[in-house]
Structures are given as structure tokens and as C-alpha cells.
Design a protein around this ligand. Structure first.
Ligand code: UTP
Length: 412
């Protein structure tokens, strides 16, 4: 262990992280080993370059050509609806679909004390978000006569609590089909680039964003598991949309018929300036343009029918071909920088609770991988049928709005 530590010390010196030595040296026994394991797992070169990026202006790049992307409207498919549905249903019945729920986020805006999926949005049934997602999965499994496996991505921070919650709730009767896997994480750093130590005395790490899903599906062996199960298509969605339709034969039929690696759902923006990302083409390839990147003119531009050119919002409802996920899982994505409040222990051993953001967190975004795909299909669906997100404690996209959408949809 001492030899390993000597090696690490060289790295700490090289990257200006020597302050971590005193934290390590103050620990004993198992804790010391754990701290060393953490240090060994850090890619200091990467952290150093990410810190340097925090000093750069990362606006929209001038040589990027943004264009609208074609989409299909689920409510206007008429005769084709049944055609796609039949193709998709056949594949689902043949056991080719798996569902992935990304539940590793921190849910800071909601402010719930626990994993977001355990949140009760206040329905009469008091079902948690996890149960609201599991219900339609169970129904679909029954309807199509097949077990649709459900892979749940947690973070190191919430994995234990998530699994305990499922155990307490007897896995909602779906135990044999549920698999958990943990996403990656990265250390948080202060404004000087120093890696932070958290209240527990260990390196302060945070989940690496929903874009971490591809890499962790591969690294955790879940892709291998899926292949053993005969899976060809993977629906990847968030934990916080209580109307998410993880099993949709029409979406699946479109993906298969159009031979695309990704079929994604969209809803029309509530207004041109809604703070959501919109599907587009960047340099001829499928992508998502964020609201912070789009000019007012572009946001308001419409076609001759009055439809917004950049009006299809990305709602984290994406069906991927398994080969594409595996490919994307081996190529690292860029990290975006978030400036957050993070409680930490300073070099004198004092706990510091900041009142304003003090630390950088690095996150990969799922849609940054879309540019690697040759093509994708976008399917517009109705907000009131498929999109009821729980993001904020109050106001828009809150438990109250999600509850209403859920009750209206199920006519409760
Ligand atoms: P959001 O971007 O809305 O983040 O995640 P969040 O963590 O739920 O909430 P805030 O921003 O802290 O308030 C969208 C989906 O991606 C998952 C979330 O769990 C949610 O289902 N996610 C996000 C992850 O699984 N891991 C991450 O690192 C980030």
C-alpha cells in the first residue's frame, strides 16, 4: 500500500493536489485503503483539463451548421400507425426490448431527501415514481407475453437507498426482471482546481451526468447481459416522467422499419423560448440544440404552416439499437461544467457549508452522443399523453403539474 501511495504522491504533486495528502495521512485502516482506492481511480489529467476548460468561454462554435430535423407526428400517422405498430409488436413479443431508467441524478431542484424515484407525487395511491414506471412495464409484459427486463441506473450516492426501497416494496412484483447498475462519477473541484474532500472524509465525487449511461451500461456488464437475453433495442428514459411510455410498439416499429440506430420522442415546445433542448441537425448529423445556444430568431423561426423549425423538444425518451449503445459506450463524451454549492472539509479540517456556488461538477449529456449516429427518427407525441416531468418542488414541472397530467391521462 505504501508503495502505491508513493506513486500517487508523485501524481498529486504533478497536478497540484498535494492538499489531499494530509487527508489520507489522517485516516487509518480500512478508511485509508478506501481513500487510496479513490485516489487511484482519479484521472488527474482529465480533471486538470476539465479545470482548464472552466476558464474558457464555451459558446456556440462558429463553424457549426444548425438545421431543422425531419420528424413524424404520432397522431398523424393514420394508416402507417398500424403498420409500424405491427412491426414493433412482433419485435417486443420476440423479447427484443429492454428498458433502462436513469435514476442516478441528484434531484437538487426537487429537494427530496432520497433517490428521486422514491418520491411520492401525491396521488391517492401514494405510489412512488419507481412504481408509476413499473406499472405499465408489468402491463406490457403481460400484454405481449414476454418479460421486459428493466435496468435501473443508480449513482454511488443513491444506489444503496434505491435497492433498499425496491426490497421494501417487494420490487413491485417484478423482481426477476430488474437489474441495477451504478453510473460513473467524477471528483468535484473548487475554483482553484483543487479536488474537494466531503464531510465523510473521502474525495467528494458526483455522478457524471445522464451521458454516463452508455459507458456504465458497457462497463457494468449490462450490455453483455442484454445480449444474453436476446435484446436488440434499448429504451432509455429518465426516472422523473411519470407518463413515460417505455414500451411503445409504434416507436419500435419506426426504428426497425427506418433502419435507424435511434428513434426518439419529442413534444412540441410550450412556447418558442421554453427552456428545453430541441432536436436539430448539427453539421448534417442528428443532435440537440440547447436553449442557451439558440438565438431568438432561430427559436421563433417557423415553416409555412406555422410550425416552429426548432420546436421538437428532447424529453429523454429514446430507443436505441444495442450496437449503437455499445459503440457510444466506448467513446468518451465531452463534459459540461456546472457550478454548484458543495459542502466540504477545508485543509484545516473545518466543515464549510457554502451559501453560494463554490465548486465545479462535470456532467456528460446523453444527447451529445447523437452526433455520432448517421441518422435518427424523431416521433412527435402528445405532451398530455407521454410527458409529465417532476423537476421542481413547485410551479412548472412540479409534483402538482405531474399529478394533474397523470390523473387526467388515466381519468382518475
Ligand atoms: P436532470 O437533468 O433533470 O437532473 O436528470 P436531476 O438530477 O434529476 O435533477 P436536478 O437537475 O439535480 O434538479 C434527468 C434524468 O437523468 C437522470 C436523472 O435521474 C433523471 O432521470 N440523471 C441525471 C442520472 O441518472 N444521472 C446523472 O448524473 C444525472
Amino acid at each position: 500500500m505504501e508503495k502505491e501511495y508513493e506513486e500517487i504522491k508523485k501524481k498529486l504533486k504533478k497536478y497540484g493536489q498535494e492538499h489531499l495528502e494530509s487527508f489520507y495521512e489522517a485516516l487509518e485502516g480500512k478508511d485509508k485503503e478506501l481513500f487510496l482506492e479513490q485516489l487511484k481511480g482519479i484521472d488527474f489529467e482529465l480533471i486538470d483539463s476539465l479545470y482548464k476548460n472552466t476558464k474558457k468561454d464555451v459558446g456556440i462554435k462558429e463553424n457549426v451548421k444548425i438545421e431543422p430535423i425531419d420528424f413524424m407526428d404520432k397522431s398523424k400517422l393514420s394508416g402507417d400507425y398500424k403498420y409500424y405498430e405491427d412491426i414493433g409488436e412482433k419485435a417486443i413479443r420476440a423479447g427484443k426490448l429492454a428498458a433502462v431508467t436513469m435514476a442516478g441524478g441528484q434531484g437538487t431542484r426537487l429537494g427530496h431527501n432520497g433517490p428521486k424515484g422514491t418520491y411520492d407525487i401525491g396521488l391517492d395511491s401514494h405510489k412512488s415514481l419507481f412504481e408509476l414506471l413499473c406499472d405499465p412495464l408489468k402491463q406490457a409484459s403481460k400484454k405481449y407475453g414476454v418479460n421486459i427486463p428493466w435496468f435501473i441506473m443508480t449513482s454511488k450516492e443513491n444506489n444503496k437507498q434505491t435497492i433498499e426501497f425496491f426490497k421494501e416494496n417487494k420490487y413491485f412484483g417484478y423482481e426477476k426482471n430488474i437489474y441495477f447498475f451504478i453510473q460513473g462519477q467524477l471528483p468535484m473541484i473548487d475554483t482553484e482546481g483543487k479536488i474537494l474532500v466531503g464531510e465523510n472524509g473521502f474525495i467528494k465525487e458526483a455522478a457524471d451526468g445522464h451521458g454516463g449511461v452508455y459507458e456504465s451500461l458497457v462497463k457494468s456488464g449490462m450490455i453483455k447481459k442484454m445480449r444474453e437475453l436476446g435484446i436488440e433495442w434499448i429504451f432509455i428514459g429518465g426516472v422523473d416522467n411519470c407518463l413515460v411510455k417505455m414500451v411503445d410498439p409504434v416507436l419500435m416499429g419506426i426504428a426497425i422499419d427506418k433502419k435507424v440506430s435511434l428513434a426518439a420522442k419529442s413534444v412540441v415546445k410550450a412556447n418558442p423560448h421554453e427552456k428545453v433542448g430541441a432536436f436539430c441537425k448539427k453539421n448534417g448529423r442528428p443532435n440537440v440544440i440547447e436553449y442557451s445556444e439558440i438565438t431568438d430568431d432561430m427559436a421563433e423561426a417557423a415553416d409555412k404552416n406555422g410550425e416552429l423549425l426548432y420546436g421538437e423538444s428532447h424529453i429523454l425518451c429514446n430507443l436505441f439499437n444495442i450496437d449503437a449503445v455499445e459503440r457510444m459506450g466506448s467513446d468518451p463524451l465531452p463534459y459540461h461544467i456546472a457550478f454548484k454549492k458543495a459542502t466540504y472539509i477545508d485543509k484545516d479540517g473545518n466543515k464549510v457549508v457554502p451559501t453560494s456556488p463554490n465548486a465545479y461538477k462535470f456532467e456528460a449529456f446523453l444527447f451529445d452522443a447523437f452526433g455520432e449516429l448517421d441518422d435518427m427518427a424523431v416521433l412527435r407525441v402528445k405532451r398530455e399523453e407521454e410527458f409529465a416531468p417532476v423537476k421542481n418542488a413547485e410551479g412548472t414541472d412540479s409534483p402538482e403539474t405531474a399529478r394533474k397530467l397523470y390523473n387526467d391521462f388515466y381519468k382518475l
